[in-house]
Design a protein around this ligand. Structure first.
Ligand code: ZN
Length: 655
């Protein structure tokens, strides 16, 4: 049972009067007009949501867009307040009447429109609004309402792809609205090209209308906005008010009618994407430093994230996707409620589906110089990005069934604990198989007592890692080398056919210096079982029970001294869970440190940490951070685990 809490806050981000020149961002790039006044106020609004375990922060900013290098500065500041980078989502409403926050709307060609003092002001304001929201945390119920309003939108690239979804999340405590998050997919571009006043456009007006009528703080998330314009595009302030009223009438109809989301555990999945910049205009912007970004060979690294609360999936996209990009994914996941948030944690322009992309890469230069080609393509980083985004979002909806198999109680926590916790936190299902009974892994107690303690403790540890089911095969410890191998392998084949894991995590045969025959036998039996489970002549007695052949897709294999390492997992967010799981295994750990003390003494070494009077929790904490810190460092993570990943092998090259 997860207790959902929410707090929210907002603050004005109108540039202070003494801040110097600022330019209106949205229309004529590189020759934008100076800001001369304020039509209606712009804000940054934040909500902090917690399920008791995870705390996330959603921030909407009424501006054109924010690049990841800016957002990283905010995240860095929030680290001090226990916000992990992946738990902070900052998205722009994309108003075409706010100050330049990207640099593209300077006074003349080649000059950034960013006012550095304003950037500092904006970072300070966002951080303070997030912290204020956290102070307001209250227990809430979450409701989702939705409707469709297509006739207010024009999609002049593809009429069949219009997305008119209105989705509203409401966080309510004692009948009082703490916060709402609403989304719609029309570009906020109703102000004119001549406009010199600040405005949040229609989303700003509607958020204020919601706050006035229903209370709370109302964040706007721009949905699948690429190529979708309001019917009053660039028609000016009067039409902006009309548009806002028309949308608000629809919002009023559904606002209090939503259904409650009962399962309130927050799950976060994210994937990094490497996106190639083919657009020579964008390449130039990076070259002359208008965009500040570390990159190799014009490849940008950005992030796509999915937050799941119950059946609600909130997808964060680092640019402006065309609605057609996700039609198939929406169709495949009809049973889920999906909310898309564009321009979240980055602003990389339009993501245009390949079938709608009209410009071939080699034509870029010609089109731009000679034919005055006008199109979304010129405001996209290139033709390849959208397909990578599509594939990544698709992947974020796929959940794996994982079977982790080890000989002893502590094998999985020690070699793969962070990875297992990460996988279960992302919604994957974990089944743990422990082959032996660990009767000898103790010091100073009887075998019976050791079996009892170790079983109890390993179950607690695997629960910390998020295991749904734990299977004990109860072979006597350190006897597997002499056990009936074919029978052991058959038991594993049986479990694979029964549970049908997509991913198996276990020992790697490629490790060196392995002195434990239980580990070696487990590695052999597991890896053989992985392919034997899909042969219909092996262990045919399983089929009489109604089981079917099963093929394991992937394996992550670990070893004491691995010789093949091709898969790194950043476990920084999960090191504490890993340590907690290891610490649950007191009986095994007591023996582990005792044996190491004996080994140290035999080598005439005195290590204070190994002495009995140092509590096990301290020993584990220090040792784990040292060992997994060193492993992580090798690939740029604070803490890491490493594996030999086996997938489809040569088939992956052919594919
Ligand atoms: Zn072991």
């Amino acid at each position: 049972m997860y207790l959902l809490k929410c707090g929210a806050s907002k603050n004005s981000i109108i540039p202070p009067s003494d801040i110097g020149d600022m330019y209106i961002a949205g229309y004529s790039t590189m020759m934008a007009p100076k800001i001369k006044g304020v039509h209606n106020a712009i804000y940054t609004r934040a909500m902090v949501i917690s399920d008791g375990e995870k705390k996330i922060s959603l921030v909407s900013v009424e501006c054109i867009g924010l690049l990841a290098d800016f957002i990283d500065k905010v995240k860095e500041r929030l680290l001090a307040y226990d916000y992990q980078p992946k738990n902070v989502y900052i998205f722009s409403t994309h108003t075409h009447a706010g100050p330049d926050t990207m640099g593209l709307w300077g006074p003349l060609i080649g000059k950034s429109g960013i006012n550095k003092k304003y950037s500092i002001f904006l970072i300070d304001t966002i951080v303070s609004v997030v912290l204020e929201a956290e102070r307001e945390l209250k227990e809430v119920d979450l409701f989702l309402s939705k409707s469709i309003l297509e006739k207010q939108i024009e999609n002049y690239r593809s009429e069949k792809d219009i997305n008119g979804d209105i989705k509203i999340l409401r966080f309510i405590t004692n009948r009082t609205l703490v916060a709402s998050l609403w989304s719609y997919s029309a570009q906020p571009e109703i102000t004119t090209r001549e406009n010199v006043e600040i405005s949040g456009d229609y989303p700003g007006l509607i958020s204020e209308m919601i706050e006035k009528e229903y209370g709370g703080i109302s964040l706007f998330a721009l949905g699948l906005c690429g190529s979708q314009s309001p019917i009053y595009c660039e028609k000016g302030y009067e039409k902006m008010e009309t548009f806002a009223k028309e949308i608000f009438i629809e919002i009023q109809k559904i606002f209090q009618k939503g259904k409650k989301i009962e399962d309130t555990q927050i799950e976060i999945r994210e994937e990094k994407v490497h996106l190639k910049v083919n657009n020579p205009d964008f390449q130039l912007l990076f070259n002359i430093g208008i965009f500040e970004r570390d990159m190799n060979d014009y490849t940008i690294v950005s992030t796509i994230s999915k937050i799941r609360i119950g059946n609600l999936h909130i997808i964060h996209i680092p640019g402006e996707p065309f609605p057609g990009l996700f039609s198939e994914i929406i169709e495949e996941n009809k049973d889920k409620e999906i909310m898309f948030v564009s321009l979240s944690n980055d602003a990389l322009g339009y993501f245009i589906p390949l079938e709608q992309f009209k410009l071939k890469t080699k034509e870029w230069a010609d089109k731009i110089n000679n034919e005055k080609f006008i199109g979304h393509e010129l405001e996209s980083i290139g033709s390849e990005a959208a397909e990578i985004i599509r594939k990544t979002v698709k992947n974020l909806f796929v959940y794996k069934k994982i079977m982790a198999i080890a000989a002893h109680a502590d094998d999985l926590t020690i070699w793969a604990g962070g990875t297992l916790k990460k996988l279960t936190s992302e919604g994957n299902k974990l089944i743990c198989v422990r082959i032996t009974d660990d009767y000898a892994d103790c010091v100073g107690i009887t075998a019976e007592k050791a079996i009892k303690n170790n079983k109890k403790e390993v179950e607690r540890a695997y629960k910390v890692l998020g295991a749904e089911e734990i299977i004990h095969l109860n072979y006597p410890t350190d006897t597997l080398a002499g056990a009936d191998y074919l029978e052991l392998r058959g038991k594993l084949v049986y479990l694979m056919r029964k549970y049908k894991p997509d991913l198996v995590i276990s020992f790697d045969l490629n490790g060196t210096d392995e002195e434990n025959m239980d580990h070696i036998t487990t590695a052999r039996a597991v890896n053989e079982a992985c392919w034997q489970s899909s042969f219909d002549l092996f262990y045919p007695e399983h089929f009489k029970e109604g089981l079917e052949i099963h093929t394991v897709g992937e394996r992550y294999l670990f070893a004491r001294n691995p010789t093949v390492v091709n898969f790194n997992v950043d476990i920084t967010d999960y090191i504490d869970d890993k340590i907690k799981a290891v610490c649950e295994q007191k009986t095994v750990m007591k023996n582990f440190f005792f044996q190491n003390k004996l080994l140290a003494r035999a080598n005439r070494l005195y290590i204070e940490l190994l002495e009995e009077d140092v509590p096990i929790a301290i020993k584990v904490n220090l040792l784990a951070k040292l060992v997994y810190g060193e492993i992580g460092q090798k690939f740029g993570a604070k803490y890491g685990e490493i594996f030999n990943r086996i997938g489809a092998g040569f088939l992956e090259d052919i594919a």
